[in-house]
Design a binder for this molecule. Structure first.
Ligand code: SF4
Length: 415
């Protein structure tokens, strides 16, 4: 299956405050605060952290009157739109609307009285506030659960969303995005696929209760990434058992990796290392990340273990370094610009990253040490001489295989 990440499924668009979701809008990142919403200063501090880590929209729980009062102070001071998370009490939804939030999240499994749902929807309609219908596999309405064979199924989750949509429709409200989260990766993927085939509303995609990193990160990435690659999803949230800054960062990184959002920071690529490596690639890559991450330079940097294959394999990188004969070959777009001692590899990377950032790639290429390419070629040739072009000595192995296949291997085949 080819990757359709950049071709989103066509949907209508809603506005969460000033942030468009759906239609041709860029996919956005969400996260949720873990502070008590009534603690305005602590919540705002966390919202600022989340926004600078990549969150475009932040959700806060609105579980008590004091939380709604907190939201009244948080919303005007927040750098990003605020979604109030509502469970169980429609009164909290009305209080959050009064507080001025830019969106509500309602769980249809928890607020089930039709008159309450319609009251909230009517209020949102009057004030131009969108709602996310946030279906959760773990809190389906009991009758739906029973009707679908006492199991949580994609059909049951989508039906829950449709039922809520129908209530909203009765009061003429349609300013909606939808999520159908589950904690099982296959169930969640199937539910979203079915939902995308059923409605044309923007979809908020997430795997619920993914757990702590690294497993939680991996689970959420495979689930969200699969859907995004199919063109499904307009706003995403990682639900990690971790500092929510990790969620925002992971969401942003995923979108950058899929080229759905422009890269803001470093993209470090590094070879996995192999028997040919001339340096401890893990150590150099880790040190390079630590040194370059802080600079917030949106370039791709490659750390390669050997000069034999490194510069060629990473020729698309803006900047890279490959190790050989206790030296580092620095290259820009595959062209060697300097040869430095091994212990200066990381420092030189930082220096050249700065040159590229300030002056651009063309300037960096023009500033290349004129003897570097020839020197690098000598190192490369010398290593090839010592190790051979073929690290696995495939040529001689193949010869051996052929020799034997004419003799004892052929005999085995015949027996
Ligand atoms: S760049 Fe060199 S060390 Fe790294 S994996 Fe490739 S051959 Fe091995």
């Amino acid at each position: 299956m080819s990757c359709h990440a950049r071709e989103r499924r066509k949907t209508r668009q809603i506005l969460v405050g000033t942030v468009p979701v759906g239609g041709d809008a860029p996919v956005t990142v969400q996260s949720m605060t873990t502070t008590k919403t009534r603690d305005v200063e602590a919540t705002l501090a966390q919202i600022y952290q989340l926004a600078s880590a990549g969150a475009d929209i932040v959700r806060c729980t609105c579980n008590e009157v004091e939380a709604a009062e907190g939201l009244a102070n948080i919303v005007p001071r927040s750098p990003v739109p605020i979604v109030a998370d509502i469970h169980h009490s429609h009164r909290m939804a009305l209080a959050a609307i009064e507080a001025g939030v830019q969106c509500l999240r309602l769980n249809p499994g928890n607020i089930r009285k039709a008159e309450h749902i319609k009251l909230v929807a009517r209020e949102c309609k009057d004030r131009g506030i969108p709602i996310r219908i946030g279906v959760n596999g773990g809190s389906l309405a009991p009758d739906l659960y029973r009707r679908h064979g006492d199991r949580v199924t994609p059909e049951a989750m989508v039906e829950s969303a449709q039922r809520e949509l129908a209530y909203f429709g009765e009061v003429g409200f349609d300013d909606v995005k939808i999520s159908v989260k589950a904690s099982s990766v296959p169930l969640m993927i199937d539910a979203y696929r079915l939902l995308a085939d059923t409605v044309d509303h923007p979809l908020h995609v997430g795997l619920t209760e993914a757990g702590p990193p690294p497993d939680g990160l991996q689970k959420a990435t495979v689930a969200i990434g699969t859907l995004l690659a199919e063109g499904i999803g307009h706003t995403i949230r990682y639900s990690l058992t971790a500092d929510p800054v990790e969620e925002a960062r992971a969401g942003r990184r995923l979108l950058e990796m899929l080229e759905l959002r422009e890269r803001r920071g470093l993209d470090l690529i590094a070879c996995p290392s192999c028997g040919r490596a001339e340096v401890d690639v893990i150590e150099v890559a880790t040190a390079a990340r630590a040194a370059l991450d802080d600079l917030q330079i949106p370039i791709q940097v490659a750390v390669m273990g050997c000069v034999v294959n490194g510069p060629g394999e990473a020729r698309e990188a803006d900047l890279g370094i490959a190790a050989g004969r206790r030296r580092g070959h620095l290259f820009v777009k595959g062209q060697v610009v300097a040869v430095v001692p091994e212990d200066e590899m990381v420092g030189s990377l930082v220096e050249w990253a700065g040159v590229i950032h300030r002056e651009g790639v063309a300037h960096a290429l023009a500033a290349a040490d004129s003897s570097a390419a020839a020197e690098a070629e000598r190192d490369r040739a010398a290593l090839l001489d010592i190790r051979g072009a073929d690290a696995n000595q495939a040529e001689s192995r193949i010869e051996q295989i052929r020799e034997r296949s004419g003799g004892d291997l052929a005999a085995i085949g015949e027996s």
